[in-house]
Ligand binder design. Structure first.
Ligand code: ATP
Ligand code: MG
Length: 517
């Protein structure tokens, strides 16, 4: 550290460290502190027993060291309405380097937005320093340092990703910006979108860069009060989603906020306030300018966190499906109520149920569901005799993945998984002898079988084949061998369970007789 930074650090950080305690607890009721309305412990329902002990540890240690320490964002909102928070985010006036000094189990991450991750086994408490302007906070932008592992992703699926790491904020290198005489602390593009912002500030500056009032409540560990700067407390109580500031400006700064509005509407059942909802139809095309890696993350948050069906409905109703996943939006617009659409919704419902019962879910399966319709259309572009050829199926999946890749960058390990799930379908539909046993060992067998089951449910595969595979899986090795031998004797074209004829429309849009909702 040198020059002005060192001088700034000496002056301000030392000063901040001496300020202690930072807030005199109000006596009772609600008191105004600075710009905030302070709701004391007896005025809100948040109990420490619902807060992660690790988050409490971080908050207390920061506070004991003389810093302000708050829970902030979604966790405060969720605690208010009795939901279990997904994660606990901490906001403080301690600088990232100060946080690192306080915690041994701490790592600084983020190239553009520095923030601290404090590790407790599998739980990570994210500690962000108050910022002075309306940049998206680091919590929203998982910009991971090279040294940081990707254990989050490995929980979702195994395998290696050979895609280059995307970084939403690597679009404009520092040198270029400085060379152009731009203020490197705050960079805004031609559409008003904030590309980078790293100015530290105080809590009453930090609040204005947050998205919705419901996400802008601070829970103060010093006296267990909640600080509310912009009416979030009432909005949460009224189950209302309202952007802070001028909605159009806020969407232009960061178009992902439109998706976040849809996500919170789906997840929380909050009503989007009229002024917050109105600009979405006009501005949704701005999504095209968002880095596709970030939209991949948002897609997972929309569909893999227990409210996928609702997310799909909300995205569709708000015209956002067409800008997030254009080929899928177009498919459901053109073929309303089709079998692939019903398959997708049933698959999302199954995924929601898995999340609710804490079973693992994978992006691979999600994208197989989402792409089912578009893959079918790609297959139908080919001559009919090639529809069951695994090579054609692979080509069709690749084409469908390419079509959405410019919007949503699916990492390669997941798109390869989608390929396998589709390419395995003909093998599942026409099991033959020993090959059936090998198929059972395929790493994607389970996912492919789940897809086959869904297809059968909507008239796109033979239910008897599903039943045969089910029996095979439940059998012991000896029974399996005799089942597969029996297959070999029966015919070269599969078990006698088949209804006859070649299966039509593997990814078919609307098998005869199955259209309609
Ligand atoms: P959940 O974790 O339940 O999905 P959340 O509100 O905690 O919801 P996060 O993405 O974890 O959402 O972000 C934490 C907080 O950071 C938000 O509550 C909000 O205050 C702020 N935030 C996140 N993304 C943005 C954004 N794009 N623009 C402005 N503020 C944001
Ligand atoms: Mg959160």
């Amino acid at each position: 550290m040198s020059g002005w930074k060192a001088r700034y650090y000496m002056r301000h950080v030392r000063l901040l460290k001496r300020k202690r305690p930072l807030l005199t607890p109000p006596a009772a009721g609600e008191t105004a502190t600075g710009l905030a309305r302070v709701i004391t412990r007896d005025g809100h329902p948040i109990s420490r027993s619902r807060i992660s002990p690790d988050a409490l540890r971080v908050l207390y240690r920061l506070n004991e060291a003389g810093y302000q320490a708050f829970l902030v964002g979604g966790c405060v909102r969720d605690l208010m309405i009795g939901l279990e928070p997904k994660d606990f985010d901490v906001a403080t006036n301690a600088r990232p380097e100060d946080v690192r000094r306080l915690f041994r189990n701490c790592r600084l991450v983020g190239r553009r937005f520095r923030l601290a991750h404090v590790f407790f086994g599998r739980e990570i408490i994210e500690v962000a320093t108050f910022r002075a302007s309306s940049a998206p906070p680091p919590g929203d932008e998982p910009i991971i340092d090279d040294e940081t592992d990707d254990s989050d992703e490995s929980q979702l699926d195994a395998g290696q990703d050979d895609e280059p790491q995307h970084d939403a904020h690597d679009e404009l290198p520092d040198a270029t910006l400085e060379g152009r005489g731009v203020d490197v602390e705050r960079v805004i593009d031609a559409h008003g979108r904030i590309l980078r912002d790293n100015v530290y500030g105080s809590i009453d500056e930090d609040v204005w860069r947050r998205d919705f009032t419901a996400n802008s409540l601070y829970y103060n560990i010093a006296d267990f009060s909640v600080w509310d700067y912009c009416g979030g407390f009432e909005d949460v109580q009224a189950r209302r989603l309202r952007l802070i500031g001028d909605p159009e400006t806020r969407y232009r700064e960061d178009p992902v906020r439109m998706l976040r509005a849809a996500r919170f509407e789906a997840k929380l059942g909050f009503a989007i306030d009229e002024a917050t909802a109105e600009p979405i139809a006009r501005l949704r095309q701005l999504m095209a300018g968002v880095p596709p890696a970030r939209l991949f993350d948002e897609t997972l948050k929309l569909f893999l966190t227990g409210h996928g069906v609702r997310s799909f409905e909300v995205l569709r109703a708000r015209g956002l499906l067409e800008v997030l996943l254009p080929s899928i939006g177009e498919f459901v617009r053109r073929h309303p109520g089709s079998a692939p659409e019903r398959l997708l919704l049933r698959g999302l419902a199954n995924t929601d149920a898995r999340v609710q019962s804490d079973r693992p879910v994978t992006p691979t399966y999600l994208f197989a569901l989402l792409l089912y319709g578009p893959v079918g259309l790609e297959i139908e572009k080919m001559p009919r005799e090639r529809w069951d050829d695994p090579a054609s199926i692979v080509d069709a999946v690749d084409a469908a993945v390419r079509a959405i890749y410019t919007r949503v960058a699916i990492p390669r390990r997941f798109s390869l998984g989608v390929r396998d799930m589709f390419a395995l379908q003909p093998r599942l539909e026409t099991p033959r002898g020993k090959r059936a046993l090998r198929t059972l060992e395929h790493p994607r067998f389970r996912a492919a079988f789940d897809l086959l089951q869904l297809r059968a449910e909507f008239g796109m595969a033979d239910p008897a084949i599903v039943e045969w595979w089910q029996r095979l899986q439940q059998s012991d090795p000896q029974q399996r061998a005799s089942m597969s031998e029996a297959l070999g004797r029966e015919s070269t074209d599969g078990p006698s369970t088949r209804r006859g004829g070649r299966r039509r429309r593997r990814g078919g849009r609307r098998p005869r007789g199955s259209s309609g909702a």
